[in-house]
Design a protein. Structure first.
Length: 324
């Protein structure tokens, strides 16, 4: 009978992470990302197993045997255990934890390396560094969710990992401000006004937002001052799971706030995923929002963490519609 548990998965997580970091120190680019991808996959599965072992089952016919293994009835199964792919495991973790602020495109590319869809031999050293750092960022956040002791996450590589994470945070902040500067210069050129005048106009818009008690005024373009940019994301209710007493995230419709504003025990959050300004064409991804000074997680009501203003700020939920 084949069986796995969360502790086995976490031991594998640490083993593959150590191999990836050892390869990084030895500049063995052939295996850095492969080991990192295996660690990523097993970490996702460890988290899912902690929520419920059945989350590791593929959602297709013929998987009863795997389900039996995972719910403790492996002696009744006819076939060995098969769990979901690394790609599916990552997707399920992202669906269960919408507040994760990680570079998702890089993580998807890391899974591509794991599946042989991207050959490491054609990647630059900077590209390998980028994917390894994305793996470390995601792992660090998910270890927090799992309650892992910080001292035991990276072993002898703790100082190296902290340095790489600090560098990544600085790079994200620099990229956010670079995008703002590029959009501002482009807009000033097209509008035929000095950049200094545009900067003054944006500063005035910022002062107006700071002086106002209306949170909706805080959402404006940081490059050109446009008052109605597109800040899209999803709306979620954070509640306690009945069977585990652990917090869980449930998608809710922003079109029907009456369905959640009455639940004082369950706060509702809007979580931003993308910013786009139609005036100056500034775009920011989820990881750039907070470094740029834009809201990424806003309480909408329903619980002690929420806002009394169910319409604040001017944000849009593109994943939930009236029909869906």
């Amino acid at each position: 009978m084949t069986m796995i548990d969360q502790q086995q998965l976490l031991e594998s997580v640490r083993d593959f992470a150590e191999r990836a970091l050892n390869a990084y120190l030895e500049d063995d680019t052939r295996v850095i990302l492969t080991n990192a991808a295996f660690s990523l996959e097993h970490l996702c599965k460890a988290y899912l197993y902690g929520v419920h072992p059945a989350l590791l089952v593929e959602l297709r016919n013929g998987q009863l045997d795997s389900l039996l293994h995972l719910i403790g009835h492996g002696d009744r199964a006819r076939k060995p255990l098969r769990t979901i792919s690394g790609r599916d495991a990552l997707k399920r973790v992202e669906d269960l934890l919408p507040n994760l602020n990680v570079p998702r495109e890089s993580l998807a590319q890391l899974i591509d390396v794991r599946d042989g869809m991207v050959h490491v031999g054609f990647m630059s050293s900077s590209g390998i560094d980028e994917l390894l750092t994305a793996f470390l960022q995601f792992s660090d956040v998910l270890h927090d969710e799992l309650g892992s002791e910080r001292e035991g996450r990276w072993g002898e590589h703790t100082e190296l990992v902290e340095a790489l994470l600090t560098r990544a945070r600085n790079q994200i902040e620099q990229e956010a401000h670079r995008r703002i500067a590029v959009a501002r210069a482009r807009f000033a050129r097209l509008a035929e006004i000095p950049v200094s005048d545009l900067v003054s106009a944006v500063a005035a818009r910022a002062a107006e937002a700071d002086a106002s008690s209306d949170i909706r005024k805080a959402v404006y373009c940081l490059a050109c001052g446009y008052a109605a940019p597109r800040l899209s994301g999803r709306t979620w209710m954070e509640r306690t799971a009945a069977d585990t007493d652990e917090p869980e995230w449930v998608p809710v419709s922003p079109l029907h706030p009456e369905s959640w504003t009455s639940r004082s025990d369950s706060p509702v959050w809007w979580i931003g995923e993308h910013f786009e300004c139609p005036e100056c064409e500034l775009t920011l991804d989820s990881e750039h929002l907070e470094p740029a000074g834009l809201p990424r997680k806003v309480g909408l009501g329903g619980g002690s963490s929420g806002s009394d203003d169910a319409n604040a700020p001017v944000i849009r939920d593109d994943r939930i519609s009236e029909s869906g």
